[in-house]
Write a protein that binds this ligand. Sequence first.
Ligand SMILES: [Zn+2]
Length: 101
Amino acid sequence: MAEAVIRPMEVILVAAGSPTGRAAEAINDLTRHLPDPGEPDFCPTCAGRSWPCAVFDDAASRVHTARLQLGDVVPLDLHPRLWPSSAQPVSPVWPSGPAFE
Ligand SMILES: [Zn+2]
């Protein structure tokens, strides 16, 4: 049986009043619902759910609402999946989520 590969994480401190600090809960939610390396189609937190899952979509929407770049908190190996037409997100548009105006 193959051993599961867990995505490496970093813990950082940011000022609570900064834009990133104010979106910390959304970023944490989003990060908890990232797929493991080599398993880009499945959310490891939502058992049996495909990825991106509803919790990820919601967290991504909250990150966008906080005016942060979604691509800055999504691992690079997942960028082609979320933004298939380019290696880097041109704008923080969430392709499968609600339209952001
Ligand atoms: Zn999930």
